[in-house]
Design a protein around this ligand. Structure first.
Ligand SMILES: C[S@@+](CC[C@H](N)C(=O)[O-])C[C@H]1O[C@@H](n2cnc3c(N)ncnc32)[C@H](O)[C@@H]1O
Length: 387
């Protein structure tokens, strides 16, 4: 176990705009190396972490400096529903192999490895990519634990379920990461003042999120970002957050990605980068749990083994996989913030054209319909001036 008072040293691979770095630094870590291939993301990192070296390509890195933790939110396009669903066979998601290569070849293996991906990784090809990850970690001598964490429980009004895998050589990652997993299930507020949804959807789902926005989306460099919409029940209006509020909804400070404005299509790029990032307070919470790590938690309730991967589990070299029943995707003491209290400061009305398209799809879709919502959509469309 690492118990020095010096800050724990972080090497971050696939750094993006630094969600892990920012969160872990807030918890007391210090970043020693970042690695990011996208020049626009690199410009953001250089602006925000001017002291830290940024390598341009994980596949070309021969080694990493000695450190206490390696983080990697490895590219998820091949795993996400929006991508090709090739899983680890996809060129981009298979880059996780380089993370294990670099750890295997390092003089002193880092005490911790922290990985992140979309929650769907647990379902795609029966969780093949997660099994690959846990097997590789075990072969390197790591004990591991994984679970889904939802940004909604970390003080930000954004629903964002992401898979986190934490591995440790000497600590018990399950004691660190699985805090609160069997906590009280929380239901949505019955009378939300605001509801987030995706106006671009409406056929099979709409991302209905009482007092929160649905997950901000990143995607590939080619796709056009689509900000979510917010229905304000008190004013019967529909707005979308601007990029500065989107940054805040991920836990970054306003204008965190402003360095991207110097590039062509800067604003579009900012949306993609913010939508791909790790939410800062989630990373911070994991960092705080690592720093305050205590061991000896052995009383998790196990559930029978099934063909599919469970929503949370832990294991290690020569140890049986223990599956857990999950009632909460937040910590033992969740911090639930309401969108109506978030004080959005950068937002704009959703165009009537967008609402018209959404309403047309929604009206005929086989979805449960909130009548007040439908009335407000129609009222918005009948307003005399373009909204
Ligand atoms: C899911 S995002 C990571 C986001 C990051 N955790 C954050 O908080 O912003 C994956 C990142 O990996 C980068 N990437 C893809 N291939 C890479 C490579 N070969 N070397 C370094 N970075 C790469 C992408 O440009 C993208 O920014």
């Amino acid at each position: 176990m690492i118990r020095e008072s010096k800050p724990l040293r972080l090497v971050s691979l696939f750094s993006g705009i630094g969600g892990f770095e920012q969160g872990l630094e807030k918890a007391g870590f210090s970043t020693t190396l970042m690695c990011e291939s996208d020049p626009v993301a690199r410009a953001v990192l250089a602006h925000r972490f001017p002291e830290v070296e940024i390598a341009p390509d994980v596949t070309k890195l021969n080694s990493i400096p000695n450190c206490d933790i390696v983080t990697a939110g490895w590219p998820c396009q091949d795993i996400s529903l929006a991508g090709g669903m090739k899983g680890l066979r996809g060129d981009r998601s298979s880059l996780i192999g380089d993370v294990f290569r670099l750890i295997a070849e390092s003089d002193h293996k880092p005490e911790y490895v922290l990985l992140e991906n979309v929650a769907f990784a647990l379902d795609l090809h029966k969780g093949e990519s997660v099994r690959f990850v846990t097997t590789q970690l075990e072969q390197l001598g790591y004990r591991w634990a994984y679970r889904i964490l939802d940004t909604r429980y970390f003080g930000l009004p954004q629903r964002r379920r992401r898979l986190f895998v934490l591995a440790s050589l000497h600590d018990k990652p399950e004691a660190i990461l699985l805090d609160g997993i069997q906590g009280e299930a929380r239901s949505n507020s019955p009378e939300p003042k605001m509801v987030g949804f995706y106006w671009t959807e409406g056929n099979r789902g709409l991302g209905w999120s009482p007092e929160a926005i649905p997950p901000l989306k990143g995607g590939s460099g080619l796709s056009i970002p689509s900000p979510p919409a917010i229905w304000d029940r008190h004013t019967s209006s529909f707005v979308s957050p601007g990029i500065k509020d989107a940054e805040r909804l991920q836990g970054f400070e306003r204008d965190w990605t402003e360095a991207a404005d110097a590039f062509p299509k800067g604003t579009r790029k900012r949306w993609l980068l913010v939508g791909n990032a790790v939410s800062v307070p989630v990373a911070q919470w994991i960092g705080q749990r690592i720093i305050g790590a205590r061991t000896g938690v052995d009383d998790w309730k196990t559930v029978p083994h099934s063909d599919r991967l469970p929503k949370a589990a832990y294991g290690g070299p020569n140890a049986p996989v223990t599956e857990l029943s999950v009632t909460s995707e937040g910590p033992a003491h969740p911090d639930i913030a309401n969108l109506s209290d978030f004080e959005l400061s950068d937002f704009y009305p959703v165009s009537k054209r967008a609402i018209a398209g959404f309403t047309g799809r929604f009206e005929v879709a086989p979805l449960r319909k909130n009548q007040e919502f439908l009335q407000d959509l129609r009222r918005y469309l009948s307003l005399p001036k373009a909204a």
